[in-house]
Design a protein. Structure first.
Length: 340
C-alpha cells in the first residue's frame, strides 16, 4: 500500500494537496484536503481496464466554483433543516437559509468549502488519510465548538472506508455525509445502472423536499429498490408518484432497515463495465439522488448519501441526531468494489 502526495492548489494562503492511495489490485483513490473531497476512484474491470467511478474536476477552481458538493464531506448537518431554524433546550437557533427557505448541508459555512488539516499512515495492508478541523460556536448559526476527524482508509480488499468522529462542548445536532457522484457505468446516463437499497420506506416530503414527518411505503412506487432494479425502470413506472414528481427523478431519504457490517445497505451494479459497489453505513438514512431523469439535465451519476434523516432536529419521531457535550459522535461509511 502506498500514498502519493502532490500539490493541487491553494485557497486563501492554505495549501491544497491531493493524496493518492493505491492498493495491490490497481485500485486508486485520490482525496483532497479541500472539503475532504473524494476526487477520483479508479477500479479495474475484469479486463484490467481502469474505470473512473466518480465525477471529478481537473482543477481546484472547479471545486471552488462547484455548487453541488461534488465528492465532499458535508457538515455540520447533511440535508435540510426546515425554515433554517430549530429549538434546543428552549432556545431557538437561526441558521443560514441557503436551500430555498431551508438550511441545506450545513449552510454557507459548510465543511465542503474548508481546508482540512491532514495526516497520512501507510501499512502493508492499508493506507489512510485523516482530515481534521474545528468548527466554532455559532458558525452557520449552530451551537457548540466541535472538533471533527474524518479518516479515509483503502485496504487490499478493495474497500474504501470513511470513519467520522466529532466532539462538542454544547449540545448540538450532527450529521455528516459523503457526497460523491458515482459513475460505475461508462454510459452517459444512469438509467441502466442497477440499484438495491435495504429500505421499505422513505420519508415523505412536501414540494420543497422538507419531510412531513410521515413515512411512505416504497411498495408499488418508483422508490422500490428492495431488489436490484434498473433506475430507469422505476423512473418510468406507470402512474409515477407525487413525491417522485417533485423532482422528476430521485432526491429522497430512504429509511434503512438494518445496520450490519456484513450486509450492505445499498448495492450499485453497472452491466456494461461489470463493476459492483456495495455500501455499508452505521447511519439510519440514505439519500438517493440523481437529479431529474425526465429531461436532458440528469447528472449522468448517482449519489448515495448516508445521513441522519433530513429535518431531524425538528422531528422528535426521527432517530436522535443530537450530541451532548463531550460525548464522542461516530459514523461509518464503507464502499466495497468488485468486478465480474
Amino acid at each position: 500500500m502506498k500514498i502519493n502526495v502532490s500539490t493541487f492548489g491553494e485557497v486563501a494562503g492554505n495549501a491544497v494537496n491531493a493524496f493518492t492511495l493505491t492498493n495491490n489490485n490497481a485500485m486508486t483513490v485520490t482525496l483532497l484536503n479541500y472539503g475532504g473531497i473524494i476526487k477520483e476512484i479508479h477500479f479495474p474491470n475484469a479486463k484490467g481496464e481502469l474505470i473512473s467511478c466518480v465525477q471529478t474536476f481537473d482543477t481546484l477552481q472547479g471545486y471552488i466554483d462547484d455548487p453541488s458538493y461534488r465528492g465532499a464531506i458535508v457538515g455540520r448537518f447533511a440535508n435540510r433543516i426546515g425554515h433554517g431554524t430549530f429549538t434546543l433546550n428552549d432556545k431557538q437557533y437561526r441558521l443560514d437559509k441557503n436551500g430555498g427557505d431551508h438550511n441545506l448541508h450545513g449552510g454557507l459555512a459548510g465543511f465542503h468549502k474548508k481546508v482540512w488539516e491532514a495526516k497520512t499512515q501507510e501499512s502493508s495492508d492499508s493506507a489512510s488519510v485523516t482530515f481534521s478541523l474545528t468548527s466554532y460556536d455559532g458558525e452557520g448559526g449552530f451551537p457548540g465548538n466541535i472538533t471533527v476527524e474524518a479518516c479515509y482508509t483503502l485496504n487490499q480488499d478493495n474497500e474504501l472506508s470513511l470513519v467520522i468522529t466529532a466532539t462538542t462542548d454544547k449540545e448540538t445536532p450532527l450529521s455528516f455525509t459523503q457526497h460523491a457522484y458515482f459513475t460505475l457505468s461508462n454510459e452517459e446516463k444512469v438509467g441502466n445502472t442497477l440499484l438495491q437499497i435495504d429500505a421499505k420506506k422513505v420519508t415523505d416530503a412536501d414540494s420543497t423536499l422538507l419531510p412531513t414527518g410521515d413515512l411512505l411505503d416504497v411498495d408499488n412506487t418508483p422508490f422500490d429498490f428492495t431488489a436490484l432494479t434498473a433506475i430507469k425502470q422505476r423512473a418510468e413506472q406507470t402512474g409515477s408518484h407525487p413525491l417522485f414528481d417533485n423532482v422528476g427523478g430521485f432526491d429522497h431519504n430512504y429509511v434503512l432497515q438494518t445496520v450490519s457490517e456484513n450486509t450492505p445497505q445499498a448495492v450499485v451494479k453497472a452491466l456494461d463495465t461489470g463493476l459492483t459497489m456495495e455500501l455499508f453505513t452505521s447511519l439510519p438514512g440514505l439519500q438517493f439522488y440523481t437529479g431529474s431523469l425526465t429531461n436532458d439535465d440528469q447528472l449522468g451519476a448517482l449519489c448515495l448519501e448516508p445521513q441522519h434523516f433530513p429535518d431531524a432536529p425538528n422531528k422528535p419521531s426521527f432517530p436522535n441526531c443530537f450530541v451532548k457535550p463531550h460525548e464522542k459522535y461516530k459514523e461509518t461509511i464503507r464502499y466495497k468494489f468488485s468486478a465480474e
